[in-house]
Design a protein around this ligand. Structure first.
Ligand SMILES: [Zn+2]
Length: 156
């Protein structure tokens, strides 16, 4: 596993633990050259879920894309990286349970939005506004109020 900072190939594992559900192993690694610490996960390989885009093209589900979207949405919010990683795994598990091999990119986006609404209100609004940026604002607002109306947003 290459260091994400300096690309050096030798790292050591400084911590290793099983996730609470017992289906993944989280390892903290340290680069032997620059000493940067980073996290890797080990999972059982599963049949990849394909995401069908609006134009009909298919792409394998990419959890790192979801995670980076969540990280952006949660910027400066009191949410730990660990929490965001768990959150991403939860999204992935839900998609794999709910869909057989294929989900539309809309399904994925909607699921992330709905789940974010239960995690953090600010992150939810940020994600929703980015997710919808190429669509009509009125459409966004009506869908947003539709979601809010269903009582999916946890009130603080
Ligand atoms: Zn390094």
């Amino acid at each position: 596993m290459k260091c994400p900072v300096c690309n050096y190939k030798e790292t050591k594992v400084v911590d290793s633990r099983l996730s609470s559900e017992g289906c993944s192993i989280r390892r903290r690694r340290e680069c032997l050259k620059c000493e940067k610490r980073f996290t890797t996960y080990e999972y059982v390989e599963q049949v990849p879920l394909m995401v069908v885009k609006n134009d009909g093209r298919r792409q394998a589900f990419d959890r790192s894309k979801i995670l980076s979207g969540i990280v952006k949405a949660c910027e400066k919010r009191p949410i730990s990286m660990e929490k965001m990683e768990e959150f991403t795994s939860e999204i992935e598990r839900t998609l794999q349970k709910k869909y057989d091999r294929e989900a539309s990119s809309k399904d994925v986006g909607e699921l992330v939005m709905l789940k974010l609404a239960t995690l953090d209100d600010v992150a939810y609004v940020r994600f929703a506004s980015v997710y919808r940026q190429f669509r009509d604002v009125n459409e966004f607002m009506s869908e947003l109020s539709g979601i809010l109306g269903k009582g999916k947003v946890k009130k603080k």
